[in-house]
Ligand binder design. Structure first.
Ligand code: SF4
Ligand code: SF4
Length: 89
C-alpha cells in the first residue's frame, strides 16, 4: 500500500484503511473556463477529493480520488471530464 490512506467506517467490524486512489482507471479533469464555482462537485464527492481555495476556487486533488465520475456527472456546466489514467480518453 502507498502512503495514501482513506479511512472509512465499516459497521461492526470497525475501521478500514483503503488506498482508494489505486482503484482509479479514469481521473476527473476540471476545465476552469467552464466552472462557475457552484461547489456541487465538492458536495457530491464521496471521498472529499474536491477542495476550495480563495485564490483558485474549486479544484480536484488525487490522493483519494477513486475515479467514480460522480463529480463529472453532477456538474451542471459539464466542466469536469473523465480521462483515462496515463492515456487517451
Ligand atoms: S460542479 Fe462544475 S461548475 Fe460547479 S464548482 Fe464543480 S466543476 Fe465548477
Ligand atoms: S471522480 Fe469521484 S472520487 Fe474523484 S473527485 Fe470526482 S467524485 Fe470525487
Amino acid at each position: 500500500m502507498s502512503d495514501r490512506q482513506y479511512i472509512t467506517p465499516v459497521g461492526d467490524v470497525g475501521m478500514y484503511v483503503l488506498d482508494t486512489a489505486s482503484w482509479r482507471t479514469h481521473r476527473p479533469v476540471m476545465d476552469k473556463s467552464l466552472c462557475v464555482n457552484c461547489g456541487l462537485c465538492m458536495g457530491y464527492c464521496p471521498v472529499n477529493s474536491i477542495k476550495w481555495a480563495e485564490d483558485k476556487g474549486y479544484y480536484i486533488t488525487y490522493d483519494y480520488c477513486k475515479g467514480c465520475g460522480i463529480c463529472a456527472e453532477e456538474c451542471p456546466r459539464k466542466a469536469i471530464s473523465m480521462e483515462r489514467e496515463g492515456g487517451n480518453k
